[in-house]
Design a protein around this ligand. Structure first.
Ligand SMILES: O=C(CO)COP(=O)(O)O
Length: 251
């Protein structure tokens, strides 16, 4: 049985003061749901203070990106070791990074390898654009992202991975995919390609999340599907009550 997993991707929201208040607000509710792995991913600037708040709790902390090199002349970037100082998780290849900041399957693969090497659990994002969706290319695009993004990862490391399927047309739009559609892509494309890459035993251990307009009201529909092991939550992760409800729906 895979343990459900729910992560909040705060994106570029919340100053340190605001982040502290939000975590203080949601922490008791999150702490109570022991059967779900729950993770918050605030901006870099808040990681240090939030890691202090989460010390001694079972709530995990994730960054939203990292660079694959150990150190050097990479202005504006953070190394795997810098992220590891505070975090257990790191989101890699979010569609916003692919669309606006040049992340590709190749750099995603480098980041995944670097995260694993330092002992971080990557949350690897895949998903098709609206054009690709409308052209019926979802399967091809997502299969390519899974295959290339996770190239040359060893099976023993792969079982700890978390993969998030986020159709780009559903992100921040209020138009979630249907739970059936999400299950279809996650089961028949993402998990199937994980089986090809790592074998059935390992693929059955990998948590696969759905992301894109998940709210307190629709979360249970997604989490009830056999291959959907939780969610990567954007907007609704910025409201303590909503995020706790979504985590509860995964229990
Ligand atoms: O991109 C997302 C999480 O990474 C989803 O964002 P929304 O939940 O705001 O649609």
């Amino acid at each position: 049985m895979r343990k459900p997993f729910v992560a909040g991707n705060w994106k570029m929201n919340k100053t340190v003061d605001q982040a502290t208040l939000l975590v203080a607000d949601m922490l008791p509710g999150l702490e109570a749901v022991k059967t779900v792995d729950r993770v918050v991913c605030p901006p870099f600037t808040s990681l240090m203070v939030i890691s202090g708040m989460l010390a001694g709790t079972e709530v995990g902390l994730g960054a939203q990106n990292l660079h694959w090199e150990e150190s050097g002349a990479f202005t504006g970037e953070l190394s795997p070791a810098m992220v590891k100082e505070f975090c257990q998780y790191v989101i890699i290849g979010h569609s916003e990074r692919r669309a606006y900041f040049g992340d590709t399957d190749e750099t995603v693969n480098k980041k995944v390898k670097a995260a694993i090497a330092i002992g971080l659990t990557p949350i690897v994002c895949v998903g098709e654009t609206l054009d690709e969706y409308e052209a019926g290319k979802t399967g091809d695009v997502v299969a390519r992202q899974v295959k290339n993004g996770l190239k040359e990862i060893e099976a023993k490391d792969a079982e700890k991975l978390v993969v998030a399927y986020e159709p780009i047309w559903a992100i921040g739009t209020g138009k979630a995919a249907s739970a059936e559609e999400a299950q279809d892509v996650i089961g028949n494309v993402v998990r199937k390609n994980l089986v090809v890459a790592f074998g059935d035993e390992v693929a059955q251990k990998i948590r696969i999340l759905y992301g894109g307009s998940v709210k307190a009201g629709n979360a249970a529909d997604f989490f009830g599907k056999p291959d959907i092991d939780g969610g990567l939550i954007g907007g609704a992760a910025l409201k303590a009550e909503d995020f706790v409800k979504i985590v509860e729906a995964a229990a």
